[in-house]
Structure formats: structure tokens, C-alpha cells
Design a protein around this ligand. Structure first.
Ligand SMILES: [Zn+2]
Length: 246
């Protein structure tokens, strides 16, 4: 695949030569930048060529949290590099590397970033459920599952469902709602085994309010700020501050 006569506006001649040359020699910045190219910047064949040769480099960048995981994984999707059509072995290798990245992120990433990663993964097959299934089988992950469930159940109560910036789906809510409902027994077991865990207790409270089609028992973050500003006061008016006199 000849990329050397590609667009010199988005990529310099040197970058295009790196993209077409030996994959190990391309600098991280050049590899990471492909993901940000607009959809029509490359043909389907070029997207597939680039993502197949740089898949492991791109996944490493995601793992190291050096790129936006949602943006970087989006081109595995059907209208870009189309992972679903790759040769069986190569596809399985890539899918497993992505799954391992997800399981690592479940353990070590802040929850909101884990959710961004899930949105990127959902792009691959335009489906979130296979990745949620991988979470279900992640080893020794009860506490991590509870954190994610707490995040999603409280978001559902607030009607906050714009979780996935790069996965364009008509309905992000159904797979999340079904998954959180399915893990409920795990949350209940965990809460019984760890009565000291506030996250688990809060999650049970959130389930309870979702059951009743209810309103969140918690204020939306930033609610207090807005309330003070409506009264013409600075948003941080109500904040407690340690006294310098002590
Ligand atoms: Zn261009």
C-alpha cells in the first residue's frame, strides 16, 4: 500500500514514509495521530492497512493512557479498518489484546476513563455487550465491578447517558441498564460480605431508586454551585474552608 503520495496537509512526507515503512520504526506520535484523522482521510483499504500493521502499537498507547482510548479504538469499527473482517488469527490476537487492556483498566483506571475505553471498544463491532461479557469474567474483580456499577447506576438515575463520545449509537442506555441489572446479585453479595463498603451500599440504594423509577437521592455534582450562583453568590460560597487562625 503506497501512502507516500498521501495528503501532505495532515501528515508530512516524512510521516507518510514512516506510516508506510517498517511498523517498529514509526514514532509514537505519528502512530497515535492516525486515529485522529477524519473518516474520509483514508480509504477503507488504507484504514485496514494502517490499523492492521499498527494495532499492537495503538493498543500499547491506549494501555499507557497516552491517547484518548475512545478516539484511538474507533477506527477498528466497520466503516474504518473493520476488525470483524480481518483474518481469523489476527483478529483473535487483536481482540484478546483489547480484552486484556479492558481487564487491566478495570483494575487500574479511574472509572470515568474505563467507561471511555468501553465506548472505544464498542466501536469495533458497534456493540458494547461482548466487552461487558469480558468484564463479567475478569478474575478477582468484585470491588472493581462494584465501582463501575455505582458509576452507571447513579448516572442512570441522573439521566446522564452521554458516556461514549466516539461510539455513535442510538441507544447507549439499554446495554448499560441490562448489564447493571445482571450484576446486581454480585453487588448484593459483596455488600453483605463487606458491610463497611459505602460504594456497595450506595449502589444498592441506587438500584432501589431505579426500581421505583425514581429520582436520584443524591444531588447532581455541581448542583450547589448552580444554586449559589442563582442567588448572585460565588459558586464556592458554601464550601467549608479550614481556618487559617488554627
Ligand atoms: Zn489530509
Amino acid at each position: 500500500m503506497n501512502l507516500a503520495d498521501g495528503c501532505h496537509y495532515c501528515h508530512s512526507g516524512e510521516e507518510l514514509a514512516f506510516l508506510a515503512g517498517p511498523p517498529a520504526e514509526a514514532p509514537d506520535a505519528v502512530v497515535g495521530a492516525i486515529a485522529a484523522d477524519p473518516h474520509d482521510h483514508w480509504s477503507g483499504e488504507q484504514w485496514e492497512f494502517l490499523y492492521r500493521r499498527f494495532a499492537s502499537r495503538l493498543i500499547d498507547l491506549v494501555r499507557a493512557r497516552r491517547v484518548d482510548p475512545g478516539l484511538t479504538l474507533r477506527p477498528f469499527g466497520p466503516s474504518y479498518a473493520n476488525l470483524a473482517n480481518w483474518p481469523v488469527q489476527e483478529r483473535a490476537t487483536t481482540e484478546n489484546a483489547l480484552g486484556d487492556t479492558l481487564v487491566g483498566a478495570l483494575k487500574h483506571w479511574p472509572t470515568h476513563e474505563l467507561v471511555v475505553l468501553l465506548g472505544g471498544l464498542a466501536c469495533a463491532y458497534d456493540d458494547l455487550t461482548p466487552w461487558l461479557a469480558r468484564l463479567d469474567t475478569a478474575p478477582a474483580a468484585e470491588g472493581d465491578i462494584i465501582r463501575l456499577t455505582c458509576y452507571w447506576t447513579t448516572s442512570l438515575l441522573w439521566g446522564d447517558d452521554d458516556w461514549f463520545t466516539w461510539w455513535h449509537t442510538d441507544d447507549p442506555v439499554t446495554p448499560v441498564r441490562e448489564w447493571t441489572a445482571a450484576v446486581r446479585p454480585r453487588v448484593e453479595r459483596f455488600a453483605r460480605a463487606h458491610p463497611e463498603c459505602k460504594t456497595a451500599r450506595d449502589t444498592l440504594t441506587a438500584y432501589d431508586h431505579l426500581d421505583r423509577g425514581g429520582i436520584s437521592p443524591w444531588w447532581y455534582p455541581g448542583h450547589g454551585w448552580t444554586q449559589w450562583e442563582r442567588r448572585g453568590l460565588p459558586g464556592q460560597f458554601g464550601w467549608l474552608r479550614p481556618s487559617a487562625a488554627n
